[in-house]
Write a protein that binds this ligand. Structure first.
Ligand SMILES: Nc1ncnc2c1ncn2[C@@H]1O[C@H](COP(=O)(O)OP(=O)(O)OP(=O)(O)O)[C@@H](O)[C@H]1O
Ligand SMILES: [Mg+2]
Length: 234
């Protein structure tokens, strides 16, 4: 069964829509990469899936439940977690406090989950008492992903997790994303590092000017000459 469906979504920030009848599918266990030029509407799409923006038309379905008009906290309770493109940690809180904030909707004991996240990101455990604002960009991104994982999501939305990172760290972050996926979490990732994102994707979507341009397996998109020329820098 398809885990997440976006059907005919149109959405924006005011009068005019930015997204125009966008469609997207995520099958269980998939990594789905969304690529496209600046301003294409990639972040807008993630915000709409997570309930931050209310679409003017269309539906978002999670496991056969219509979640289109639910609030973000209700969507989080149903198993979607979101790491925004910017301002995705609390700089004045410690690493551990940031992770605990991620568990805000949990009423059960999350100490085991915290340990699992420290196993995934050992550097965060070493520095758990440090303020997130003092960390490097790569470590901060790990905090943001760890925070989103505290609720044990079924679907993780990542908006440009490698933005602004040194090339060596880009590789590390992508390895971590693959590890997270291997634990059974489906992932939608928006990336400017489009080639790398398509390499690890089971499926990829190209968005431009708020519309679907093409979708195919990550491999097929990488081999598509026109996509390469227009969206992957040749
Ligand atoms: N908060 C906002 N209020 C009004 N318009 C916005 C807002 N955020 C984005 N937009 C506009 O919506 C359009 C799509 O923006 P969006 O951030 O979704 O693009 P993107 O594909 O994520 O781009 P980028 O690669 O630069 O992150 C752009 O024209 C942008 O100017
Ligand atoms: Mg964006």
């Amino acid at each position: 069964m398809t885990i997440l469906k976006v059907d005919n979504i149109s959405a924006g920030y005011g009068e005019a829509d930015i997204l125009h009848q966008v469609n997207l599918r995520v099958e269980p266990g998939q990594i789905v990469s969304i690529i496209g030029p600046n301003g294409a509407g990639k972040s807008t799409l993630l915000k709409t899936i997570f309930g931050i923006l209310k679409p003017s038309q269309g539906t978002v379905t999670l496991n056969d439940e219509d979640i289109t008009r639910l609030r973000p906290d209700k969507i989080a309770q149903r198993g979607i977690s979101y790491v925004p493109q910017v301002n995705n940690v609390f700089p004045s809180l410690t690493i551990e406090e940031n992770l605990e904030m991620g568990a805000f909707i949990r009423t059960d004991d999350y100490s085991k989950r915290l340990e699992e996240i420290y196993e995934l990101f050992p550097v965060l455990k070493e520095r758990k008492k440090q303020k997130a604002g003092h960390l490097s960009g790569g470590q901060r991104q790990m905090v943001a992903m760890g925070r989103a994982l505290m609720v044990d999501p079924r679907v993780l939305l990542l908006d440009e997790p490698s933005a602004g990172l040194a090339p060596v760290l880009v590789g590390t972050i992508f390895e971590k994303i693959t590890e997270i996926n291997a634990t059974g979490v489906s992932i939608i990732i928006v990336e400017q590092n489009a080639r790398e994102a398509l390499k690890m994707a089971h499926h990829g979507y190209v968005l431009a000017m708020g519309r679907n341009v093409l979708d195919d397996t990550g491999k097929a998109l990488l081999e598509n000459e026109e996509i390469g020329r227009l969206y992957l820098g040749g």
